[in-house]
Design a protein around this ligand. Sequence first.
Ligand code: FE2
Ligand code: FE2
Length: 229
Amino acid sequence: MTFSRQFYRSICANLFFVNINLNSGRFRSLGYQFVCLQNQSTIKSTTKNDRLTDEQKKLIDSMIRVDQAGEIGANWIYKGQMTVLGGDKKVGPVIQEMWEQEKHHLRTFDEMIPRYRVRPSLLRPVWEATGFILGVSTALMGKEAAMACTEAVETVIGEHYNDQLRDLLHVENVDVEDLKKIIKEFRDDELHHLDTAVDYESQKAPFYSLLSTIINNGCKAAIWVAKKI
Ligand SMILES: [Fe+2]
Ligand SMILES: [Fe+2]
């Protein structure tokens, strides 16, 4: 039995899911729940009736801001991929289906911004442009490279959502329950996109390792920036 790259990548994330693909015998990114003790949340515990502390409010603001920015980027990546590969009978419908889910994710965070009174990222045009360029350029390298882009992005986003769930673990305020539910649902969607990309041969992309590393690090840098700006 061999273990997939996703398994190794995810093992130190606080909450993640694994299931076994019986055909290939490989672990994939959906299934059982693990908790790494070294990653315990540092935010103060609350009960459902407690008011959020200033620190918790600040954390939630930055979560919603970065999540909306990430979903903007994801939408424009898929838009870029569809511009090039929309007519492809094999991957066109698959990319379109993932894009539809991204549209739902973005609509949800667009609604949450005013509801939670969060300042959105000031860099929206940057996330749109970089997402579109990334989607188009990887799609121009071929279907597999487009899927390698999806795999790299969704790996980072899946881990990012898991990090947020870990940080919210001890916050039980009613205002936060909805956010937790949304993050869990979207995390599962993103990990499903990751698995789809692998199924559509992301790992056969030209310069797969280099491409994955560049996109992976680019996404992490974008997350860092979008939390603040
Ligand atoms: Fe998404
Ligand atoms: Fe996604």
